[in-house]
Design a protein around this ligand. Structure first.
Ligand code: MF3
Ligand code: CO
Length: 248
């Protein structure tokens, strides 16, 4: 069941999501060669305290940190730790908070120092696919129009979309209906209505889309070891079209 939000609820989600964007922006300034990924988690925790919000991921199904930091072939759910970032890495930061009963969720992938032309293209393709999907988040469209838009952009670059993880509805829960695959034919699934709030999150690989989960039970990596990227926004469907909530 897809829960529709009132304008007042969307305003609360916007407040939560804006804080997500602000915290992510601050964490991004710390992404440099030599930084341990756990330092980014410590910063995320500190910024949650400062903004008086709850980190959304900590303790979610036992996830042990406040932010997901996924490096290179890691697609999503990388656990921060002693790993040091180095020039040439691609690092995905995925972060969410709960504020006043509502969640916001967003992700971004960054280059650490100079990266290969292929890595730069993967970032470009993935971010472009997110905005192509967001542009379909309008009343009257079907949910799979978003999925199809994402897949079309990513595959036009010769990259692939991850199948095993999907975007999701979001609101009073971090994960609500509907699931939003990043692939598939257009014109299927529920008709979009004003008041739907969606976390749209293309995850992509430079090589093949198959993933495996590491022994930590969380970190998803590409099976072929190819680079991965991930961008995400929390978006509301409104009469006027898509409204990106996770924006400063
Ligand atoms: N953006 C991801 C999601 O919506 C992050 C979840 S991490 C978890 O699934 F730890 F909370 F699972
Ligand atoms: Co999400």
């Amino acid at each position: 069941m897809i829960l529709l939000k009132s304008p007042a609820e969307i305003a609360k989600m916007e407040a939560a999501s804006r804080i997500v964007a602000e915290i992510l922006a601050e964490i991004q300034t710390r992404v440099k060669p030599g930084v341990e990924t756990r330092e980014l988690d410590e910063l995320a925790e500190e910024l949650c305290r400062r903004h008086r919000v709850e980190p959304a991921f900590k303790g979610y199904r036992g996830y042990p940190a406040s932010i997901c930091v996924s490096v290179n072939d890691e697609v999503v759910h990388g656990i921060p730790g002693r790993r040091k970032l180095k020039a040439g890495d691609l690092v995905s930061l995925d972060f969410g908070v709960r504020r006043d009963g509502y969640y916001g969720d967003a992700a971004v992938t960054l280059a650490v120092g100079e990266v290969t032309p292929q890595a730069r293209l993967l970032l470009q393709a993935t971010e472009e696919s997110l905005y192509a999907a967001i542009d379909k988040a309008r009343p009257g469209n079907r949910l799979s129009d978003l999925s199809h838009a994402t897949q079309t952009v990513v595959e036009s670059y010769g990259f692939s979309v991850i199948r095993q993880f999907v975007g999701h509805g979001i609101g009073r829960s971090l994960h609500e209906d509907p699931q939003i695959p990043n692939f598939g034919p257009p014109g299927r699934g529920p008709i979009l209505k004003p008041g739907m709030t969606l976390a749209i999150e293309p995850m992509t690989a430079a090589g093949s889309w198959e993933v495996k989960i590491l022994a930590d039970g969380w970190t998803a990596v590409t099976q072929d070891g190819s680079l991965a990227a991930h961008f995400e926004h929390t978006v509301a469907v409104t009469e006027q079209g898509p409204l990106i909530l996770s924006r400063i």
